[in-house]
Design a protein around this ligand. Structure first.
Ligand code: 4AD
Ligand code: MG
Length: 467
């Protein structure tokens, strides 16, 4: 490859297509989505990932590039130099009359993305190639843009971004769903009295991949007031649903001097900010989803931006579900965990929009949530949204040391094992609250995609970590 041809004067397709005037001779690089040719002319649809649209490259029989272009197939990687001219064809403003075509990467007819449309199931089996389709190009451009919006929201409000650890000795959610991290020999681990001697392991204790950065975020909130984490999260939960991934990304703000009401307001503002961002900055990709994946998507997002979220207590939610006359697979009674079918009925049928459910029974929520005065419920909140169900889980935290220690014991957690965490309650304690938003769940909501595997580049789910 001639280095002088490389990048220096390269233009991105997105910017070229937006130009008001021809830029004269231009140089573009990308991958061919389609190749059509006759004896006199070849049409190459070039995509460089900067936008959904392709740039049409026209190679006339008279051009010295015609022989090269005639050999090209779908999927090939090329650079093209040529004159940018108004396109007589429909659907595009500009095209390029090629004078030179450089072939970086050839292809052949075994390249799997020859057809225009493929099923998502098939595309999951070629996750290494699916970014080169329209649907996944749109998803991953939106994922990038919305990740940026997460930082904008919190940074504009003075929150400090904390990188909480990925390897940890604590199961924050207490659900025992951690992936083990170890350097012990699996064939013959050291044992004491028949039990594995974890103190001989690399970190001197039993460690795993984090299920949540919350406990460490709480510590940082006692120094910086308002903090957030945004990082990978791991759960070894063997549930093969369309909403659970074993590796996903979570955003967790933690706010000092906040109660449950402040927490819900922050969650609502954050959620709305991100939807507004998508409507404003991801128009082309959203329009694609609205046309091909979910016809009501844009109208639904626009409505969400303009309406205040509703809220009801868990107790009221149970009453409303019981009165609904619906036949649920899982029976509804006070004290039960809300199943996905219940959550979706509440947000889709009863409310018809986002819904905060608050004040859950103590027994079905994590140990760190603050006990309410009724002695039965905790200051918890879940945000439920149509089509996805639970998208946010959060709470006011139990800041009273004795109550927290008591609660830990009743959950079979040794207070000594989280001594460092309890220190926040010993010195300079304050009321505080926070929540976690599942980034993939949010992307499902905002793209209309119904499977978590289709909004994360390389999904990890039970039985699947191939790519
Ligand atoms: O409700 P969760 O388990 O809450 C926590 O982890 C708290 N420590 C958060 C906090 O208060 N700082 O998880 C929060 C969110 C869920 O509402 C869901 O959106 C997402 O994380 N989530 C998952 N997303 C994809 N795959 C999974 N297996 C998920 N588990 C949770
Ligand atoms: Mg939850």
């Amino acid at each position: 490859m001639d280095r002088s041809d490389w990048r220096q004067d390269r233009r991105r397709v997105k910017h070229l297509l937006q130009e008001e005037q021809s830029q004269g001779e231009v140089f573009v690089q990308g991958w061919l989505r389609t190749v059509r040719r006759s004896k006199e002319v070849a049409f190459l649809a070039l995509n460089d990932g900067s936008c959904l649209d392709n740039l049409q490259i026209v190679v006339g029989e008279g051009s010295s590039a015609f022989a090269v272009a005639s050999q090209l197939g779908t999927g090939a990687c090329v650079g093209v130099r040529g004159e940018m001219v108004a396109s007589p064809g429909e659907g595009q403003s500009w095209e390029v009359q090629a004078e030179q075509v450089i072939v970086y990467g050839e292809t052949d007819d075994r390249f799997p993305l020859q057809k225009k449309r493929h099923g998502f199931e098939f595309l999951r089996s070629i996750a290494h190639l699916r970014p080169r389709t329209n649907a996944f190009g749109a998803v991953f451009r939106m994922r990038s843009s919305i990740a940026h919006a997460v930082h904008c929201f919190f940074q504009q409000r003075g929150f400090i971004y904390v990188h909480t650890p990925i390897i940890t000795a604590n199961d924050c959610e207490g659900a025992g769903e951690m992936f083990r991290v170890t350097t012990l020999n699996p064939e013959n681990p050291p044992r004491v009295d028949g039990r594995i001697a974890w103190h001989d392991d690399f970190f001197g204790s039993k460690t795993g991949l984090t299920v949540s950065g919350q406990l460490q975020a709480e510590l940082f909130a006692t120094a910086f007031t308002d903090v957030y984490t945004f990082g990978p999260t791991f759960r070894a939960e063997n549930s093969n649903t369309s909403r659970h991934a074993s590796e996903f990304w979570m955003i967790e703000p933690e706010v000092a001097f906040a109660d449950l009401a402040v927490n819900c307001q922050l969650a609502e503002d954050f959620f709305r900010f991100m939807v507004e961002h998508a409507l404003e900055h991801c128009q082309e990709d959203l329009a694609f989803f609205n046309k091909f994946i979910d016809k009501g998507l844009i109208a639904r997002l626009e409505k969400v931006v303009g309406t205040a979220f509703q809220s009801m207590s868990y107790t009221e939610a149970i009453e409303r579900l019981q009165k609904s006359g619906q036949n649920f697979d899982f029976p509804v009674e006070w004290g039960c965990d809300l199943q996905s079918e219940h959550e979706r009925y509440l947000t889709e049928q009863i409310v018809g929009g986002p819904l905060f459910v608050t004040d859950y029974p103590e027994g079905i929520k994590a140990f760190y949530m603050r006990s309410n005065d009724d002695g039965q419920t905790v200051a918890a909140m879940d945000l439920l949204v149509p089509k996805v169900g639970e998208i946010i889980g959060g709470s006011q935290r139990e800041e009273r040391l004795d109550m927290l220690q008591h609660k830990m014991r009743s959950f079979d957690i040794l207070p000594e094992s989280l001594d460092w965490y309890l220190d926040t309650r010993r010195w300079g304690n304050c009321p505080h609250a926070g929540f976690g938003l599942g980034f993939e769940r949010f992307l499902m909501y905002v793209t209309g995609r119904e499977n978590v595997r289709d909004v994360i580049p390389f999904p990890r789910t039970p039985g699947n970590a191939r790519f």
